[in-house]
Ligand binder design. Structure first.
Ligand code: ATP
Ligand code: ATP
Ligand code: MG
Ligand code: MG
Length: 877
């Protein structure tokens, strides 16, 4: 077996619309292509011994043991690897279940498709599955240590990529509400929503959290000062910088017991509480000094430790925090009890699990000493031994929910405190003997206010009700009724995507919004080019959707990107499918137009149910997508008599048709005429039928999104296919006594479309033709045939980049096609593109049209520009 390629899909894709996270492995079974599992001695037994849990895979028999029975009866290795890759991830703790294995057009080569939770782990799992299988084939088994190492690696990869527990509670809630989210590459930022509606969080800081509030909260002394002045109970205390100030400070706060802590510490670091002697005080001072330059000396307040969480001005959860401790059983030593407690799988390291393992520090030894214990003491049954002085979860403490018990006056104080400090999300630490009674009564105090408080004590308390605190944050970021998504219009098809995308963006621009759009030429926001290049993949889509100024996204979705990584969005509002014709066949294992249609139908399927699929009624492969989409359907057609259109509008549907020279919308019984095609420059005076089709599609897409007809009209009248607006798309240049046309047509379907226009040219028609080297031989022949039908004279050229094809080979095939159609046709071969173009232009006759199908549009344009075309005649033949 040989792994040929591993791809990671992240959006709706060819294999599944709903499952976005898939690994696609292209696997050559080699000699195993003809050897099902039952013909490999010992394979079944070996597999069962290595991975007995595969018995849980139902597979096609639909029952427990179903998959293993298939292995026993005989199934191919691709299928087995799929199941193993899933099982390895399951054993490492990831919930995955979706898999597919299909043969590619190449014999013995399979696509093994496997779901993942973590990308890196997913890729690792498919490789490990191949390794494991190969080992069982070769040796009858797979070493236990190897398997354990694989699982360990998988777990670590998943843990490394996992969100923090607080972030995760917020993200989960966003997901439940259908709000899109995406991790940003920097600083553990997470973005919710799209375009102008985006919001961000970083742990529990939000994009609405003010920097002044955060800085104030992290300065404990200033926080207390401001709160004290507002009449909020805070500990009596003072700040010192030198040891010789300590004695006075202790006297200042009223003597022992006291607390010493760093001025700007957190997570309980460097804090000593309940200090009752000068020796302890000195030691505590040193500990605090290690964390911070300045040190707080405070009165110690007896009581229990509480955390009150305030989000958006409201108390949303209250937890009591109990310091790390163990409870005796009369048999075990304290050390044994600690080890036992730490074995709890819920306890992790630091903040990455629900609870944290108990680790002993300086204060622990002091505490043990005070209680008269050592680690070897056998603790009497029911006796509690505290191991840490402070109750931070990150030092092994536990949390008990008290949200329903807090006294209303304390609620009022907490809410007021969050406002005074200026935090939208605040964790307020309160020490009081009883949270159900007013602080005043209990001599309770607010010891500090935390910005970016942890959520795990509320979302997953050790005892009591779990509180949906993530929901409170989402409520704040997206109050009910607030949009989180910008309209997305996705455009696909074999030909006309870029033109239609640009026209649609142009229409939207007339409505005054900022449009972000991606095409094969580049990524644009508003009037400006962000990035040049073939930007029709998911990354460019993400760039647009992450841009904070974008109000509408129009995205060209090409075959390559869909196959390589899936769509860059989960669902669009409008999906336009222009046409499906033979192009790129044989590339990426797509060898029939039906499969190509399936690739394009991903766009039709990934539309919100209340959105629209805009489908070409004249293309059976496209109109058939009606069956696949859950969205509403609107059709466009060049034929107003189309049966499909008639039936559709009769039942109240919306359509766009070309009727009596007009681009019109049909809605039920009504015809809304948008504009005469002759007044739409893109259609070259109405002479380029395929451009009329593109205009119909764009107008219809805008119409179903509620764009005003007047806006659509003025937009299609002002959109010009000039070489700078749509380079390479029907760019016509007036060169005085002849014209030149640059077009990007590069497959039979677009040649035919172009032919519709060229044949109507009154003078001589000269073609400069060639095609990309990675197309099939028959495509080149076909191009030759079509070219012979539309031109009077042809110069055959080749691309500079032959994409693996031998020089001269493409030209030879085109000529073969020409000769098959017209044996004594007038052609010449000039492989060099520049030379070919110049020769054609030099030899152009009066009133002729030189049609150039270049590899590089910009070079062709500059060759023509050098001949000083007459400006502004661009769109008027
Ligand atoms: P975190 O960041 O986890 O909230 P921290 O390092 O910022 O902790 P504080 O919140 O100031 O530190 O103190 C930690 C704990 O120590 C408090 O929750 C409380 O239990 C206890 N504590 C602090 N100051 C006092 C005090 N003056 N009287 C009694 N207990 C105190
Ligand atoms: P690509 O796959 O290169 O990105 P595209 O789908 O974006 O192409 P455009 O760049 O808009 O398509 O147009 C390329 C060429 O295809 C045009 O210059 C024209 O020759 C032809 N074409 C455009 N629209 C259509 C159409 N609706 N039907 C057939 N051919 C078309
Ligand atoms: Mg605290
Ligand atoms: Mg394009």
């Amino acid at each position: 077996m040989k792994i040929l390629k591993i791809q990671t899909l992240r959006g709706p894709n060819y294999w599944s619309i709903r499952r976005h996270k898939l690994i696609v492995m292209r696997l050559d079974l080699e000699e195993l292509a003809d050897r099902p599992s039952n013909e490999i001695p010992g394979f079944y037994e070996g597999l069962v011994q290595v991975l007995p849990s595969l018995v849980e895979h139902f597979c096609s028999p639909g029952c427990r043991g179903g998959f293993l029975s298939r292995v026993k009866e005989g199934t191919l290795m691709g299928h087995i690897i799929e199941h193993i890759a899933l099982e390895l991830q399951i054993l490492a703790g990831s919930e995955v279940g979706f898999g597919r294995t299909r043969e590619t057009p190449e014999r013995g080569i399979y696509h093994v498709v496997v779901e993942y939770k973590d990308e890196q782990a997913g890729r690792y799992a498919v490789r490990a599955a191949v390794r494991l299988c190969q080992s069982i084939i070769d040796t009858g088994s797979y070493a236990q240590e190897e398997l354990e190492q694989d699982l360990q690696d998988l777990k670590e990869m998943a843990a490394d990529a996992a969100l923090g527990p607080s972030t995760e509670t917020i993200v989960k809630e966003a997901e439940a509400r259908g709000i899109p989210w995406t991790p940003l590459s920097a600083r553990a930022l997470v973005q919710f929503g799209q375009g102008v509606y985006q919001k961000r969080i970083q742990a529990t800081l939000s994009s609405q959290t003010g920097i002044l509030g955060v800085e104030l909260a992290s300065d404990k002394e200033s926080t207390k000062q401001i709160l004290r002045e507002a009449g909020v109970p805070v500990p009596r205390g003072t700040v010192i910088n030198y040891l010789d100030e300590l004695a006075d400070a202790i006297a200042d706060v009223g003597g022992y017991p006291i607390v010493i802590k760093p001025l700007d510490g957190n997570h309980g670091r460097g804090i000593t509480i309940n200090i009752t002697t000068w020796e302890e005080a000195e030691e505590a001072y040193d500990a605090a000094k290690q964390v911070s330059k300045a040190v707080i000396v405070e009165r110690y307040y007896q009581g229990r430790d509480h955390r009150i969480l305030v989000v958006n001005g409201k108390v949303v959860a209250v937890a009591e925090r109990i310091p790390a401790h163990v409870v005796g059983d009369g048999k075990s030593t304290i050390q044994e009890l600690i080890d036992e407690t730490n074995r709890d799988p819920n306890r992790g390291v630091g903040h990455d699990n629900v609870l944290t393992r108990i680790e002993l520090d300086r204060t622990s030894w002091q505490l043990l000493e005070k209680q008269g214990y050592t680690l070897e003491t056998v603790l009497p049954a029911e006796q509690i031994c505290y191991l840490r002085a402070t109750a931070n979860l990150s030092t092994g403490g536990i949390a008990v929910d008290r949200t329903d018990e807090i006294h209303p006056e304390n609620v009022w104080i907490a809410q007021r405190v969050a406002k005074i400090i200026g935090l939208d999300i605040a964790g307020i630490d309160v020490v009081t003997a009883d949270i159900t009674r007013p602080l005043k009564e209990m001599d309770g105090v607010i010891v500090e206010v935390n910005a970016a408080p942890g959520f795990r004590m509320h979302a997953a308390p050790s005892r009591g009700i779990a509180r949906n605190v993530g929901g409170a944050v989402i409520d704040m970021l997206y109050p009910p009724g607030t949009p989180s998504r910008v309209p997305i219009l996705a455009v696909t098809g074999t030909n006309g995507k870029t033109t239609t995308t640009r026209l649609l963006a142009h229409i939207y621009r007339q409505t005054g919004v900022v449009v972000g759009y991606t095409t094969t030429d580049g990524t644009y926001i508003g009037e400006f080019l962000v990035e040049k290049g073939d930007n029709t993949g998911p990354q460019s889509a993400q760039l647009i959707l992450q841009d904070p100024t974008v109000e509408v996204a129009v995205l060209e979705a090409a075959r390559g990107g869909i196959l390589r990584s899936g769509l860059g969005f989960d669902a669009s509002d409008v999906g336009v499918i222009l046409n499906v014709a033979a192009d790129h066949l044989g590339i990426a294992d797509i060898d029939t137009v039906e499969k190509l249609a399936h690739v394009k139908s991903v766009v039709a399927e990934a539309i919100h149910p209340n959105g629209y699929a805009v489908l070409n009624a004249d293309d059976p492969l496209v109109s058939a997508m009606t069956q696949r989409t859950k969205a509403q359907v609107a059709y466009f057609s060049m034929n107003p008599e189309s049966q499909l259109i008639k039936e559709h509008t009769r039942s109240g549907g919306i359509a766009a048709v070309y009727e009596n020279g007009y681009i019109s919308i049909l809605k039920g019984d009504w015809t809304i005429r948008i504009e005469q095609a002759v007044n739409v420059p893109l259609t070259m005076g109405g002479r380029a039928p395929f451009m009329i089709a593109n205009a119909l599609a764009a107008s219809l897409a805008a119409f179903v999104q509620g764009v005003d007809v007047d806006v659509i009209r003025s937009a299609i009248k002002t959109f010009r296919a000039s070489s700078n607006q749509t380079p390479g798309r029907m760019n016509l240049f007036n060169l005085g006594n002849y014209h030149a046309l640059i077009d990007y047509a590069h497959n039979p379907h677009s040649y035919e479309a172009l032919g519709g226009f060229v044949r109507s040219w009154p003078g001589e028609r000269i073609g400069v033709v060639g095609g990309p080297g990675d197309r099939r031989d028959e495509d080149f022949v076909q191009l030759g045939k079509l070219a012979a039908q539309m031109f009077d004279r042809i110069i055959v050229k080749e691309d500079d980049d032959n994409r693996g094809r031998e020089r001269g080979d493409g030209a030879r095939l085109i000529i073969e096609g020409i000769k098959q159609t017209k044996p004594d046709f007038n052609y010449e071969t000039i492989l060099d593109e520049t030379k070919a173009i110049n020769t054609a232009l030099d030899s152009a006759t009066v009133n002729s049209l030189v049609v150039i199908l270049p590899e590089t549009v910009s070079r062709a344009v500059s060759l023509i520009e050098a001949r000083n075309p007459i400006p502004d005649a661009v769109q008027q033949p």
